[in-house]
Design a protein around this ligand. Structure first.
Ligand SMILES: Cc1cc2nc3c(=O)[nH]c(=O)nc-3n(C[C@H](O)[C@H](O)[C@H](O)COP(=O)(O)O)c2cc1C
Length: 167
């Protein structure tokens, strides 16, 4: 009997989302993996796809948004990272946006998001903005969120994902 294959396709600018992709890869049978890698390659044949994105302006990154509409009749597990975390509602909002790019012939069989650290330049920009007396009121909250994101994805994030994948 022919084994069902799966593929893990991800986009990751600074490595956070790749950590999630690696965690998924770690717990799935290696001999059933057709493709593991970035979105740049040709779309794999596997019906079962694990698709990873990083959040860009409240939606998936461009590479993922280019890939998703090409998919038809697949089962898709969506996973992603975002700089702002701590709220499931926020993650749900992003996932809702991302799913708008998925054709209705596909089935989204699962989803997972966690926080991912942001480049130091972002924090430096916040600090610079604070020098302006007219700065936005939420700057301290943004800096706090930045610092909180620094440790993510952490072991807990990856373990939670693995548990979902193995279910
Ligand atoms: C250009 C750009 C735009 C971003 N936009 C958002 C955003 O709208 N919301 C958010 O939560 N994080 C945003 N982030 C943060 C990233 O989504 C986050 O750091 C993510 O974990 C990066 O994943 P990667 O390491 O796999 O590239 C943005 C980062 C960049 C560089």
């Amino acid at each position: 009997m022919k084994k069902e294959t799966y593929s893990i396709i991800f986009s990751s600018l600074t490595g956070n989302t790749k950590k999630l992709a690696d965690a998924i890869h770690e717990v799935l049978p290696k001999d059933e993996c057709e493709y593991f890698g970035t979105t740049e390659a040709q779309v794999p044949q596997s019906e079962l796809l694990y698709i990873g994105f990083w959040t860009d302006k409240g939606n998936a990154d461009k590479n993922t948004l280019d890939l998703l509409p090409k998919l038809k009749h697949r089962r898709i597990f969506l996973f992603g990272t975002a700089g702002f975390g701590g709220s499931d509602i926020y993650f749900q909002k992003i996932l809702g946006q991302v799913k708008q790019s998925i054709d209705s012939s596909n089935a989204v069989i699962g989803e997972y998001m966690c926080q991912g650290k942001m480049p130091q330049s972002v924090r430096e920009r916040y600090i610079k903005m604070k020098e302006d007396p007219e700065h936005p009121a939420n700057l301290d909250a943004l800096i706090e969120n930045f610092d909180c994101a620094l440790s993510h994805p952490d072991m807990d994030d990856l373990e939670r994902l693995k548990m979902i994948i193995m279910k």
